[in-house]
Write a protein that binds this ligand. Structure first.
Ligand SMILES: N[C@@H](CCC(=O)N[C@@H](CS)C(=O)NCC(=O)O)C(=O)O
Length: 207
């Protein structure tokens, strides 16, 4: 069968979600290490964001769609729980991540880790506004792990592959380090997730 190509810089958190899903599923793929807003990426993704996927004649963008495609199109361990309620919970936590955690947390990450490397000055007002939003979403996700190993139960699923990549970067910022000091469930979960082959293979080389 044709090799699946994932178009994404290895530094992208959503790209890493797809790469973790592909690794967990055992699907060989080619990584096209393109960054956002490159002309080729704008042709694949209307907003120029990464990732995007090519598989034979199939072109796709949006991380959740790509991961669902990978889950359905290939043999290998399922990325979603079989149990109906656990599957719905998995989507609940993915939605929480996309809707409530990604933007404020990524703004902290960009201002603290990226802007200074480009000679810029962090937007302190943006960081300050992002901290309470990030704190609330982290608190909710920390609560989701009360009494269970992973977001949708005992085994990792797509929800875990969505949340992990961004927490890796967030922890590298002073604000993230402080916020994550009290989210004990998330810390325990992250330590366990970081040991998985899919996490080790896709660990970004940044900083
Ligand atoms: N909804 C998109 C979001 C993708 C996204 O925000 N990607 C980030 C990198 S993790 C990006 O490309 N940011 C820069 C940009 O959009 O210009 C998805 O699910 O794939």
């Amino acid at each position: 069968m044709t090799t699946l190509i994932l178009h994404s810089t290895p530094l992208s958190t959503y790209g890493r979600t797809c790469r973790m899903a592909l690794a967990e599923k055992g699907v060989p793929y080619e990584l096209d290490p393109i960054g956002p807003q490159a002309p080729e990426q704008k042709a694949r993704q209307p907003w120029g964001s990464v990732p995007a996927m090519s598989h034979g004649d199939i072109r796709m963008y949006e991380t959740l769609a790509i991961c669902n495609y990978v889950d359905a199109a290939f043999d290998g361990p399922p990325l979603l729980p079989a149990d109906l309620l656990a599957r719905a919970r998995c989507y609940q936590w993915i939605s929480v991540f996309i809707q409530y955690l990604y933007r404020p947390a990524v703004d902290i990450v960009l201002q603290r880790l990226v802007v200074p490397t480009r000679g810029g000055t962090p937007d302190e007002a943006l960081v300050a506004a992002s901290v309470p939003k990030t704190e609330k979403a982290l608190g909710v996700l920390n609560g989701a792990l009360d009494g269970q190993k992973c977001f949708a139960g005992a085994a990792p699923s797509l929800a875990d592959y969505f949340v992990l990549p961004l927490l890796h970067y967030l922890k590298m910022t002073p604000e993230g380090e402080k916020l994550l000091a009290s989210t004990l469930n998330l810390n325990r979960w992250q330590a366990a997730m970081d040991k998985r082959d899919s996490a080790v293979q896709t660990m970004p080389k940044f900083g």
